[in-house]
Ligand binder design. Structure first.
Ligand code: P6P
Length: 345
């Protein structure tokens, strides 16, 4: 019988802690603080069309992108909530060129948070889903303010990662390495309630998500893969459907539940692609792998990549494991030998 109990995020993480006595529980409070910030951001996002937060500030961020007022609000909200908890040693954000030290009057903690405060922000004015992506790591320096070294850790060092998807219903999805769990926000009680316990992504999907507008700049391998997905072939259940919102969190979340692959390849103009390793690719790679999926830069596992700079970009192929494996075969010129027997969806 389906369990209809209303389990809040706090109850769930505390229940998880009881099942894992070795867990310190301290980073649990960091996750709950991120959930608090998400509730505050959600309140602003759902009224974006009504309040004077829509439109750009006129500034440009370190990525050279027009800064939207909600970007700034989301960044400042997360910093306001996380900065005073005493749990963190240092933070890195898409909206800040350098690391963000903790306030002088706040105790220094033992965790690091890397985050993208509002991914997909170019969609804000069109009321399309946008999201927050976060990654929690243990500090590696021993005392005092955290350093950039604490932020620049490979994805496999993450203790927790996840995202918030602001939309028709706002969801928080996270993993601590013990499966992937989704919570839907109930604004009438101000709680995230467990709605998707132990999410597993299909081994193979039927959706690919990429900006085909960049086709002319792609490598031959990437062009061959995209062409292959579009061929009519019942034996291998093609063509796939192309779904691309232009908001990574929205495209990833749909593919996580339905199966499929999100692709942001490098091209002649941007050989390392567009997405950032630290606070986009690595956290979503952790979630994908914990749901049975895969995440690659075309040749290497995203979780194994050691970042050398905060805003380093990476190619990203993310989603159902069989789809990521097929894509890698095409990118590496191994597709001729690909066993293209009928695929089970
Ligand atoms: P393009 C949004 O700017 C973002 O970082 C992701 O959320 C999204 O998937 C991608 O870039 C869209 O990029 O080049 O297709 O517009």
């Amino acid at each position: 019988m389906t369990d209809h109990r209303a389990i809040t995020l706090s109850q769930f993480v505390l229940q998880q802690e009881r099942e894992h006595p070795e867990a310190s529980g301290e980073f649990t409070s960091v996750l709950l603080d991120i959930a608090l910030a998400a509730k505050m951001i959600n309140k602003a996002v759902v009224r974006a069309g009504l309040a004077d937060v829509i439109g750009a500030t006129g500034d440009v961020n370190v990525q050279g992108e027009r800064v939207q007022k909600l970007d700034v609000f989301a960044h400042e909200t997360i910093m306001r909530v996380l900065g005073s908890t005493g749990q963190l040693a240092v933070v890195a954000s898409e909206e800040d060129e350098g690391i963000v030290p903790m306030p002088d009057d706040a105790p220094i903690g033992k965790y690091v948070v890397n985050f993208d405060p509002l991914d997909g922000s170019s969609n804000i004015d069109a009321n399309v889903n946008i999201g927050t992506i976060f990654s929690i790591l243990p500090r590696i320096t021993r005392k005092g303010q955290g350093t950039i070294e604490d932020c620049l850790q490979a994805g496999r060092r993450q203790m927790c990662a996840g995202y918030v998807l602001y939309g028709s219903s706002t969801m928080l999805v996270y993993t601590t390495g013990d499966g992937v769990h989704g919570f839907t926000y109930e604004p009438s009680i101000g709680e995230f309630l467990l709605s998707h316990a132990d999410i597993r992504t299909p081994k193979r999907g039927h959706i690919y998500s990429v900006n085909e507008g960049n086709y002319a700049r792609w490598s031959d391998g990437m062009k061959r893969y995209a062409d292959w997905l579009k061929v009519e072939d019942k034996a291998t259940d093609r063509p796939y459907s192309m779904r691309y919102v232009g908001s990574l969190v929205a495209d990833f979340h749909r593919n996580l539940l339905y199966g499929g692959i999100y692709l942001y390849p490098g091209d002649a103009k941007n050989p390392n692609g567009k997405l950032r390793l630290l606070y986009e690719a690595a956290p979503l790679a952790f979630v994908a792998e914990q749901a049975g999926g895969a995440a690659s830069d075309g040749t290497r596992r995203i979780m194994d990549l050691a970042p050398s700079s905060l805003h380093q970009r990476t190619q990203l192929f993310l989603g159902s494991p069989d789809d990521v494996a097929d894509c890698e075969a095409f990118l590496q010129g191994r597709h001729e030998g690909l066993n293209l027997e009928r695929r089970t969806l």
